[in-house]
Design a protein around this ligand. Structure first.
Ligand SMILES: *Cc1c(COP(=O)(O)O)cnc(C)c1O
Length: 360
């Protein structure tokens, strides 16, 4: 093969989705698999969504590239102007759009190490210099991140709450940080789990947009709204900046199905509210199990928890749960587990307790 890709791509791997539930089921002879590896909504999706998409009867026409109807609905939901919104095929695509528009080999970008991997991945593709700042106790170290900013910095990424740790930057810390960031630097707040956050001092960033036109907020329908299969997310920022980002967006990047599904999901906020309050309840139970068995964990503002069992390697924990029908996400220093339903969790807690007792 003599065709040559850009040299920086050689250091990257394509996203590996892990084994499918069917594969795991076959391999270990299991009756069922509980997927707690990707932070999907364990309660599924609002029934309004399947109703809405079953009414679509014309597949031969292109979707609305401007997503006008969804734009109106999201503007209302978020309380922003329609021209402050950009839609994407999930936040994964929006991270790519931002990176394409702002990063090149003459620039740098600042992010945490131990955060959502797509920021780094896209920065490598754009050949930008990457300045990674280690998490402190699972949290973004905003002071150290601010110190990395210089004339060539184009984007700072803050994942709030952070995936995989579930920790968050609070309102005071964020304001202080924003005040210290020069206006030529875009600050991206990835709020994929916004709806799940319950802390009183979790920052409301939309009101800050009026004061910081270098701020951008990312939200998705993949998590609390339960629409991961449709691939639909959005960004909110200064209208003049959004207009520039639109240049790199594909003309028809969100499908008609995704737009209709998201509009229907916004009509059933009760579903989201229920998902969120059940999540908070189950999280509390998880904390209880962790405390009882001296398992290390970070309190979480998302629908997942990062734990580490003393005396156990995370791959062991991952493998133990996998063979018993639970898929979770392993990291070097722990595993990230999506908060499932009550029934799923009670089974999981039993397994975790058994594992801990064997470890001691
Ligand atoms: C899940 C997730 C995303 C990507 O979500 P999409 O399905 O692409 O909208 C982005 N950021 C974080 C932190 C996530 O956890």
């Amino acid at each position: 093969m003599n065709v040559k890709v850009k040299p920086q791509l050689l250091s990257l791997k394509a996203y590996a989705p892990g084994k499918s539930s069917e594969e795991v089921q076959r391999e270990y002879g299991l009756e069922k698999i509980v997927k707690l590896a990707s932070n999907e909504n364990p309660y599924g999706t609002s029934p309004r969504v399947s109703e809405a998409i079953s009414e679509i009867d014309d597949f031969a026409i292109y979707p609305d590239g401007a997503a006008a109807a969804l734009r109106t609905a999201v503007a209302k939901y978020t309380g922003v102007k329609e021209d402050q919104l950009i839609f994407s095929s999930g936040l994964d695509e929006l991270i790519q759009i931002i990176s394409k528009a702002l990063l090149d080999e003459n620039s740098n970008t600042v992010m945490a190490s131990g955060t959502f991997p797509q920021y780094r991945h896209n920065a490598v593709v754009q050949n930008a210099e990457i300045r990674e700042v280690p998490l402190q106790d699972g949290c973004h170290d905003l002071q150290a991140m601010a110190n990395e900013i210089d004339d060539k910095t184009r984007v700072v990424w803050i994942c709030n709450p952070n995936n995989p740790t579930g920790t968050y930057v609070n309102d005071k810390e964020l304001e202080q940080f924003l005040q210290s960031v020069p206006s030529h630097v875009l600050v991206v707040m990835d709020e994929a789990y916004y709806e799940y956050a319950t802390a009183e001092d979790y920052p409301e960033t939309i009101p800050l947009l009026g004061r910081y036109d270098n701020l951008m907020v990312l939200r998705t329908f993949s998590k609390a709204f339960g629409l991961a299969a449709f691939r639909i997310g959005y960004g909110i920022g200064a209208a003049s900046f959004i207009k520039q980002l639109e240049v790199v967006r594909l003309p028809f990047n969100t499908s008609m199905l995704a737009q209709k599904a998201a509009i229907a999901a916004l009509k059933d906020l009760d579903f989201v509210e229920k998902s969120v309050s059940l999540n908070a309840l189950e999280l509390q139970k998880f904390y209880g199990i962790c405390k009882r068995h001296e398992i290390d964990y970070y309190p979480s503002q998302g629908n997942f928890i990062f734990i580490s069992i003393p005396g156990k390697e995370s791959v062991e924990v991952f493998q133990y749960l996998l063979e018993r029908g639970f898929t979770v996400r392993p990291f070097p220093n722990g595993v990230r587990i999506t908060i499932g339903t009550k029934e799923e969790n009670s089974e999981l807690f039993e397994l975790v307790e058994k594992m801990v007792l064997v470890a001691h």
